[in-house]
Design a protein around this ligand. Structure first.
Ligand code: CP
Length: 347
């Protein structure tokens, strides 16, 4: 936490892995492996006397559990806040007349929590009305602007902690990720979902040296140029490739990893009734045994929560190459490594 007399050097935030180098992320994964290996044998006090605010604008099972438990296992305290539910609704735009629902402004929230806590973690999903607005990631950026302690992304328009958990699971199984084939496949869901995990999977896979294929129903489902361009740059730096295809069987051929996620097409934000017929026409993108048989004995994973037999079949989800539980477990370990780093430990 910072006090009123503390110096004002801006803290290093963890808003997106775009701001963190591969070697920094690799170092976090190395720490996470050690924390995982020694979890039951070494009692840690890295966060003794420290507190972490977990601010949830949206529901969670894994993120909330793994952060609360991770802080506890390192001797710290986590306070969970749900604005608009157990905490006051927050206005996050600057300069507005606050005569609607919000009772306090993010400037006060971030500055007050910075006096109490050592890290502020935020989950704030897009509004799904105008992608041009959502892509600004305003809620967490406003927290970062006003906080005097590190701000950590628990999922906004990217999900960097999920990225790290996935990369750890893949390194555990594949050894090296360099030169392996990573398929990110869109899958059907009855509602349009956040692009956060897809954005994150794309940039993480590219940053960690995979040849990446993005499989989606139509060109409208291609991800935002910020992430597509970043992935292409990471790939080019390492002599790897980013391929976009709408051909299901060609995409699965020879893949080492199949990562499934559903998302809403960006041009249809706010016009979802027009997107629905396209989505409904692509239920066959479900990950099933036939498609997985086209891979190079590939691993399957998903960030969870996941609708079974909609996004992936029971056989794939519960099968021997499924990493969904390992990836979810790894959230705990990578986040502990990250929390240590944000308070100046590790690395
Ligand atoms: N994967 C993930 O973030 O899960 P929750 O939404 O349950 O936190």
């Amino acid at each position: 936490m910072t006090t009123s007399t503390a110096q004002t050097t801006p803290p290093r935030h963890f808003l997106s892995t775009l701001d963190w180098s591969r070697s920094e992320l690799e170092s976090l994964l190395t720490d996470a492996r050690e924390l995982k290996a020694n979890r039951r044998t070494i009692a840690r006090q890295d966060l003794a006397g420290k507190s972490v605010a977990l601010v949830f604008f949206n529901p969670s099972l894994r993120t909330r559990s793994s952060f609360e438990i991770g802080v506890f296992e390192m001797g710290g305290h986590a306070v969970v806040l749900e604005p608009g539910k157990g905490a006051w609704p927050i206005e996050y735009r600057d300069g507005v007349v606050m005569d609607a629902e919000a009772e306090e402004h993010v400037e006060e929230v971030a500055r007050v929590l910075s006096r109490y806590c050592d890290i502020i973690a935020v989950r704030a999903f897009p509004k799904f009305q105008r992608w041009e607005d959502d892509r600004e990631d305003l809620v967490i950026r406003q927290f970062a602007k006003y906080a005097t302690v590190p701000v950590l992304n628990m999922e906004t328009i990217t999900h960097p902690c999920q990225e790290l958990a996935l990369m750890l699971a893949l390194k555990e199984k594949l050894g090296t990720t360099d030169g392996k084939k990573f398929l990110l496949t869109w899958t059907y869901h009855p509602r349009p979902l956040n692009t956060a995990v897809a954005n994150s999977a794309l940039i993480a896979a590219a940053k960690f040296g995979f040849d990446v294929t993005l499989l989606c129903p139509t060109p409208e489902y291609v991800l935002d140029s910020r992430y597509m361009d970043a992935a292409k740059n990471f790939a080019a730096e390492q002599g790897r490739s980013i391929t976009v295809t709408h051909d299901v069987d060609a995409a699965y051929a020879g893949a080492n990893v199949v990562y499934a996620k559903s998302w809403g097409a960006l041009p249809y934000f706010g016009r979802w009734e027009e997107e629905k017929p396209i989505r409904d026409a692509h239920k066959h993108f479900i990950v099933d045994e036939r498609k997985m048989a086209l891979t190079d004995n590939g691993y399957f994973s998903h960030c969870l929560p996941m609708r079974r037999n909609v996004k992936a079949t029971d056989a794939v989800t519960s099968g021997p190459r499924s990493l969904v539980i390992e990836e979810a477990e790894n959230r705990l370990h990578v986040q502990k490594a990250l929390l240590r780093r944000l308070v100046g430990l590790g690395g």
